[in-house]
Design a protein around this ligand. Structure first.
Ligand code: PGA
Length: 253
């Protein structure tokens, strides 16, 4: 059985002091959580967030990293850096990074390998654009992205990592995929993993992301293929994030 996983993606929001305050507001509300939870914060917040999360089971994550161990890459951060700052997971290949920062299937693949080599849990994002959905390209697009990200990994590595299916048209727009649309596409992604790694597909957790909130979480999380959520806007509101985490506990199993 896959334990549900709810990860907050704070994006470029909250200073270190604000991060500490938000975590202090969230933690008491999720103390009885039955699922795994993570907060993926801006890199400069990692240190302050680690102090606050020390006594909780909530994982701390970053939102990006470079694939190289070190070198002349001005402005970038390595896996070792984010790990020592407190991260145990990292979002890779988010559509905003693909769209605004020229990330490609190839760089996402390199980053995924580097994260695994450093013992970080990758949360690899895939998802189609509005145009791709409207032209019937959803399955081919998520298939291509998933194959590229996982190519060259072992089935042991794939069973432990996390994929987030985030339709680009649903991110930050309030246009959530229907429960059935999300479940169907996540089923396609799981089929790709089964094709590449057979048994690993039953263990890999695949999340939904895109305008998931306190009101629609329970429906999405009750779908058989959906193992959790990657939460943007709602992860910045303590009560809303807590409601989603607590809904994941209820729908578990
Ligand atoms: P959203 O963002 O929940 O604000 O739509 C999700 C994401 O981009 O991870």
């Amino acid at each position: 059985m896959r334990i549900k996983f709810i990860a907050g993606n704070w994006k470029m929001n909250r200073t270190p002091a604000e991060a500490a305050a938000l975590i202090d507001a969230i933690l008491p509300l999720i103390k009885d959580a039955q699922c795994d939870a993570a907060m993926c914060v801006p890199a400069v917040d990692l240190h302050a967030a680690r102090e606050r999360l020390r006594s909780s089971k909530v994982m701390l994550g970053a939102q990006n990293m470079h694939w190289a161990d070190q070198g002349a890459y001005t402005g970038e951060l390595s896996a070792a850096m984010i790990k020592e700052a407190g991260a145990s997971c990292v979002i890779l290949g988010h559509s905003e990074r693909r769209q605004y920062f020229a990330e490609t299937d190839e760089t996402v693949s390199k980053k995924t390998k580097a994260a695994l080599a450093w013992g970080l849990l990758p949360i690899v994002c895939v998802g189609e654009s509005r145009e791709e959905r409207l032209s019937g390209q959803t399955a081919p697009v998520v298939t291509r992205q998933t194959r590229a990200a996982l190519d060259g990994l072992s089935s042991g590595q794939v069973s432990g990592l996390v994929i987030a299916y985030e339709p680009v048209w649903a991110i930050g727009t309030g246009l959530v995929a229907t429960d059935e649309q999300a479940n169907e596409t996540i089923g396609v992604i799981r089929g790709v993993i089964r094709d590449m790694f057979s048994g690993a597909a039953d263990s890999t957790r695949i999340l939904y992301g895109g305008s998931m909130n306190a009101s629609n979480a329970a429906g999405l999380l009750s779908q058989p293929e959906i193992d959790g959520g990657l939460i943007g806007g709602a992860s910045l509101k303590a009560a809303d994030f807590a409601a989603i985490v607590n809904a994941a506990g209820v729908s578990r199993g």
